[in-house]
Write a protein that binds this ligand. Structure first.
Ligand code: GRF
Length: 200
């Protein structure tokens, strides 16, 4: 069994989607071992606990990024986590964390990277006026939303979209995409060639 650790900061709908996919056997050979939130008030902790998932709150509380990350990595290791999924985790990872789980950390971002990285992706999309956006699952490296792309989905931007309507339409696709990407990585049937993630 591949043991998954999921990091959240807020609502946790992608975490729930991954848990549903695991329960439905769509990510075969994997189990969710641990959900970590950096905020005690993260709404996603509620559905995680309701499902009987082990949760931990590890807040930063005035420490350096690396000190905080060392505690999280220690918890992940203690629970023998193999793959880490960031799911609305709103912190940059230190190089300590990235090195500890190199090429074993996934993130989902609500745009077609490399367009519109960072915060407020949907706002950036609407301000720029692009007609298509989407979502991206990628490996996490030291760059902001810049690691090798695992998979993407496209979503149209409609004329009367607001950040709310657009984010809801993209989120629906995020939930499907993240499970698909994770199934590929858990299955191990891929290689990373330069920046390209290719199915063997
Ligand atoms: C998602 O849009 C995700 O792509 C981004 O943050 C949002 C988190 O939503 N990184 P949720 O907490 O998974 O509901």
């Amino acid at each position: 069994m591949i043991r998954l650790g999921i990091l959240i900061s807020g609502r946790g709908s992608n975490m729930v989607a991954l848990a549903d996919a695991v329960d439905a056997g769509r990510i075969s050979g994997a189990e969710i071992t641990l959900v970590v939130s950096d905020h005690a008030s993260a709404a996603g902790l509620v559905p995680a606990r309701e499902r009987g998932l082990k949760t931990l709150v590890i807040e930063r509380t005035g420490r350096s990024r690396e000190e905080h990350d060392r505690e999280i990595v220690a918890a992940l290791r203690e629970h023998k986590v193999d793959i880490v999924c960031l799911a609305g985790y709103m912190r940059l990872l230190s190089s300590y964390f990235i090195e500890a789980y190199r090429r074993r950390i996934l993130n989902i971002h609500p745009s077609l990277l490399p367009a519109f990285p960072g915060l407020d992706a949907h706002k950036q999309v609407l301000e720029h006026g692009v007609k298509w956006t989407g979502c991206t699952v990628h490996f996490v490296d030291e760059t902001l939303d810049g690691g090798p792309i695992i998979t993407q989905r496209i979503v149209p931007v409609l004329d009367h979209d607001t950040e709310e309507t657009l984010s809801a339409r993209v989120l629906e696709q995020e939930h499907k995409l993240y499970a698909e990407a994770l199934a590929l990585i858990v299955g191990g049937n891929y290689e990373i060639v330069g920046r390209r993630v290719v199915v063997r």
